[in-house]
Design a binder for this molecule. Structure first.
Ligand SMILES: [Fe+2]
Ligand SMILES: [Fe+2]
Length: 344
């Protein structure tokens, strides 16, 4: 043994390398940057950070609404929560996955920022629900048929949310990031359009403030998805392309529940579900929430999907047929629970 600095031991045969670290694994630690634009977006997320507690919740007096309106408003936020409240867990899982597969550092950080934002979005849905119907979405006692219909629909909605969660957990291990991110991108295009539209249409300043802030976050999430896809799509193997086409239809089927009306694929719902949802959402609409009408929502979807179609056409990926909106494309068959990845 040779000694150089006091206390430092240099073995005669040289230092011994540890065994290779089994992968996937967080280790070894490194902070590689391949896409500087993602570094900038992550910085932007820190500058844009906001605290839901700082919003003017005190000015939102539930007494300004009738009890039916409160149930309708609670219903819409419970519907939103089926999507937005899955965000923290979905992106937390994606963050862990990105660490384990040694994605470049800004990808991991951007996923983390989405997790952070989605937690805020969930908190807003939670706060609105508690204001309008304390104990909601599920822990309250409905008395009238309207209230019973609202609670029962929410139970059915969360039954379907639970089915999608299992599919997502498997998909994240199976598919490359480019596939997962096409689905996320659909969710972000949809949510940024939704919140921008509602911020403009809603009548109440607290709704407007929340929708404006969430919309800004969602636009940044979309930027993250697009930047990541620019980076990973060129290397995408052809075998994954039909899968992406199917994912886009899956995104439409899943997100239409909150953006429009759900097509029958995937969704397991009782026959009365949609009729009751129409009544409840209509009550929320008339209470000034800013929900677009059926036709406005359809138009909104067409604009968002045209944007997605234009983005993916650059990578030779075909667009799925969406006959519900008269959009032509490739038929992809029925969407099953395991096809659903998209979130908000
Ligand atoms: Fe969100
Ligand atoms: Fe998002």
């Amino acid at each position: 043994m040779q000694q150089t600095e006091p206390g430092i031991v240099v073995p005669e045969g040289g230092f011994v390398a540890p065994p290779p670290i089994p992968q996937p694994n967080l280790y070894p630690i490194e902070w590689r940057v391949e896409t500087p634009k993602l570094v900038d977006i992550y910085e932007r997320s820190k500058i844009d950070a906001w605290n839901p507690s700082d919003l003017s919740w005190g000015s939102l007096d539930p007494e300004q609404f009738t009890w039916e309106e409160r149930v309708g408003l609670m219903y819409w936020f419970a519907l939103l929560a089926n999507f937005d409240a899955s965000g923290p867990a979905v992106f937390a899982r994606a963050t862990i996955h990105a660490f384990e597969t040694h994605e470049e550092d800004p990808i991991r950080k951007c996923f983390f920022s989405i997790t952070r934002d989605e937690m805020n979005h969930e908190e807003c849905a939670q706060r609105f629900i508690q204001k309008f119907v304390p104990g909601g979405p599920l822990d309250w006692t409905p008395r009238t048929p309207l209230e019973q219909a609202a609670r029962n629909n929410i139970e059915w909605l969360y039954h379907n949310g639970g089915r999608y969660w299992n599919g997502y957990n498997q998909a994240i291990l199976r598919y490359p990031l480019a596939v997962l991110f096409t689905s996320f991108m659909m969710g972000e295009v949809a949510s940024s359009t939704l919140f921008r539209g509602m911020a403009t249409k809603s009548k109440n300043p607290v709704f407007q403030e929340v929708f404006k802030r969430i919309g800004r976050d969602e636009a940044r999430h979309l930027q993250i998805c697009l930047t990541l896809l620019e980076h990973s799509w060129p290397g995408l193997r052809d075998e994954y392309k039909p899968l992406i086409t199917k994912q886009l239809r899956a995104g439409f089927v899943f997100l239409s529940m909150v953006l429009w009306e759900p097509p029958p694929d995937f969704w397991q719902l009782p026959p009365y579900y949609l009729a009751n949802q129409r009544v409840l959402v209509d009550i929320a609409r008339h209470a000034g929430l800013g929900v677009l009408t059926f036709d406005e929502q359809a138009e909104n979807w067409r604009v968002a999907l045209a944007r997605v179609r234009q983005i993916i056409s650059r990578w030779d990926i075909e667009f799925p047929a969406i006959p519900e909106l008269d959009i032509d494309g490739v038929p992809v068959g029925d969407i099953q629970a395991e096809d659903i990845i998209p979130v908000f």
